[in-house]
Design a protein around this ligand. Structure first.
Ligand code: PGA
Length: 244
């Protein structure tokens, strides 16, 4: 269960969140819990999560180790402050910051090289779904991005299916729609990396996951977890999602 805080919260607000959140998930050993705050809050989050099983991630990662890349943060920088994960290829990065399947692949490899677990996002836009193009988009994002990994690299990633029309809109994909998309992705994984890899890979669903819809989504065997935006900002609501 991963929380994507996007561009919300200060370090002080991060610490306050963990004070409330930690006791609520103390006994939650059924899943891994990851929180991805803005870069400026990662150190505070790592300090506040110390001694718990909660893991911390970045929301993006540079493809280079270091260099003249103004505004970027490298994998080594993330691990140095105690992060273990990095979201890669979020639709907001694709939409507003020019992220492409090619750069998503480069960033994914950089995360793996740094020893971080990449949470690689894919998903179709509304017009693509409405024109019947969902499957083609997912296949294309997979083929141009994730399929460029080696089998060994692939075994270490987490995939997040996030239909763009469901992000921050309150419109969740029905459990069936989400499961269908997960199936398409898993079939791609099977064709490229084999059955074992397809069975083992964790595919998270993201897009308006809330305490009151998480249970029906998680009831789908295809859905292995969720990537939660808005509802992860409140300790009580994210804890309810974790403890669905
Ligand atoms: P949302 O965002 O839960 O606010 O819809 C999900 C995401 O973008 O990861």
């Amino acid at each position: 269960m991963a929380g994507n805080w996007k561009m919300y919260k200060t370090p002080a607000e991060t610490t306050a969140f963990f004070e409330k959140f930690r006791p609520l998930v103390e006994k939650s050993t059924h899943c891994e819990i990851v929180i991805c705050p803005p870069f400026t809050n990662i150190a505070a989050a790592v300090a506040a999560a110390k001694g718990s099983t909660i893991q911390i991630g970045g929301q993006n990662i540079a493809w280079a180790r270091e260099g003249a890349f103004t505004g970027e943060i490298s994998g080594a920088m993330l691990t140095a402050v105690g992060a273990s994960h990095a979201i890669v290829g979020h639709s907001e990065r694709r939409q507003y910051f020019g992220e492409t399947d090619e750069t998503v692949l480069k960033r994914t490899v950089a995360a793996l090289d740094a020893g971080l677990t990449p949470i690689v996002c894919v998903g179709e836009r509304l017009e693509e779904r409405e024109s019947g193009g969902t499957e083609a988009v997912l296949v294309s994002q997979f083929t141009k991005g994730i399929a460029g990994l080696t089998g060994q690299q692939f075994a270490k990633i987490v995939i997040a299916y996030e239909p763009v029309w469901a992000i921050g809109t309150g419109k969740t994909a029905t459990p069936e729609i989400a499961a269908d998309a997960h199936r398409v992705i898993r079939e791609q994984v099977k064709a490229k990396f084999g059955k074992e890899a397809a069975d083992a890979v964790r595919i998270l669903y993201g897009g308006s996951v809330k305490p009151d819809n998480v249970k029906s989504l998680m009831a789908q065997p295809e859905i292995d977890g969720s990537l939660v935006g808005g509802a992860s900002l409140d300790a009580g609501s994210f804890a309810s999602i974790v403890n669905f």
